[in-house]
Design a protein around this ligand. Structure first.
Ligand code: F3S
Length: 65
């Protein structure tokens, strides 16, 4: 699984970072980007889906690989 933040959509709500800091980080403007190239370890797959579901801008893609 991978996650990807759509930088065009992200408005900096930071829910992704609050729910899954292992997968997301915030830049200087508070917008998210994926950590580690967006690769999701098996242990964090539920967190990836939770973050996706909680982004009000629908800015997070979860890609099953
Ligand atoms: Fe951006 Fe959504 Fe996270 S708006 S900071 S990707 S919760």
């Amino acid at each position: 699984m991978r996650v990807r933040v759509n930088r065009e959509r992200c408005q900096g709500h930071a829910r992704c970072f609050a729910l899954a800091p292992e997968l997301f980080e915030l830049d200087d403007l508070g917008n998210a980007r994926e950590r580690g190239g967006g690769i999701v370890a098996a242990a964090f797959e539920d967190k990836a889906r939770l973050a996706q579901a909680n982004c009000p801008e629908l800015a997070i893609d979860v890609i099953e690989t």
